[in-house]
Design a protein around this ligand. Structure first.
Ligand SMILES: NC(=O)c1ccc[n+]([C@@H]2O[C@H](COP(=O)([O-])OP(=O)(O)OC[C@H]3O[C@@H](n4cnc5c(N)ncnc54)[C@H](OP(=O)(O)O)[C@@H]3O)[C@@H](O)[C@H]2O)c1
Length: 195
């Protein structure tokens, strides 16, 4: 599958660096000569990763033709001061993006993975879970495969409404890392506890 990564910031570049065996098209907001725009990269791809702030992700989902595409939402819809989430409980960033692009197959993934983890040796992240949620079974399977190829473990969480739960986990991760000084080399995981 061809993967377009829209946004060349910390997350977009980080993920691209882990997908060296895949066909990855990098979409830039203001493409220079030889670069692809968001629209051009998305048009050529099966999977479109929105490596963008939440508002920009919604705007891109509104303006691009993402019909039939698998769209990966990795956003944490944080307040400007990173103290909390702007939306939640009864919706999520992923569901808002899905509403904006109803014919896309939106899948939540990577929002609990700090960008710096992409630069770690792959064997250090192989057991780190990426929480994946989506309503389309084939799209979830394709994103699970992408997660594995990116060098992480897959933790499936059900339908896209699970993003309401995953996004607060991302927020807790931010609080622990930057509010409480644990640093950006942590990641949440679910432990199986022996009886
Ligand atoms: N950083 C992390 O550790 C982390 C972890 C988990 C999830 N996330 C989520 O991942 C997403 C990306 O984070 P990031 O750290 O990669 O951000 P970033 O480094 O600031 O990069 C953001 C990218 O979005 C583009 N962009 C910004 N505003 C835009 C707009 N209005 N229209 C179109 N494009 C726009 C930027 O383009 P320009 O370069 O042209 O400005 C840049 O390529 C966010 O939603 C964040 O919540 C981040």
């Amino acid at each position: 599958m061809t993967i377009a990564i829209l946004g060349q910031g910390n997350m977009g570049k980080g993920l691209a660096g882990r997908l060296t065996t895949e066909t990855v098209l990098l979409g830039a907001r203001e493409p220079k000569a030889g670069e692809l725009s968001y629209a051009d990269a998305a048009a050529k791809a099966d999977i479109v990763v929105l490596a963008l702030p939440f508002d920009a992700a919604v705007e891109v989902a509104r303006t691009l033709d993402l019909s039939g595409k698998i769209v990966v939402d990795m956003t944490n819809p944080v307040t400007p001061d990173f103290s909390g989430l702007r939306i939640g409980h009864t919706t999520s960033a992923a569901e808002e993006i899905q509403k904006t692009a109803p014919s896309a197959k939106v899948v939540k993934a990577f929002n609990t993975i700090f960008a710096g983890l992409f630069a770690a040796p792959a064997d250090r992240t192989a057991t780190v879970p990426v929480f994946v949620a989506g309503n389309d079974e084939a799209a979830v399977a394709a994103v699970a495969d992408l997660v594995t190829k990116a060098g992480f473990a897959v933790e499936t969480t059900g339908g896209l409404d699970a993003a309401r739960l995953i996004e607060p986990v991302g927020m807790l991760n931010i609080r622990l890392a930057y509010g409480l000084g644990r640093g950006g080399n942590i990641a949440p995981a679910w432990l199986k506890v022996a009886a």
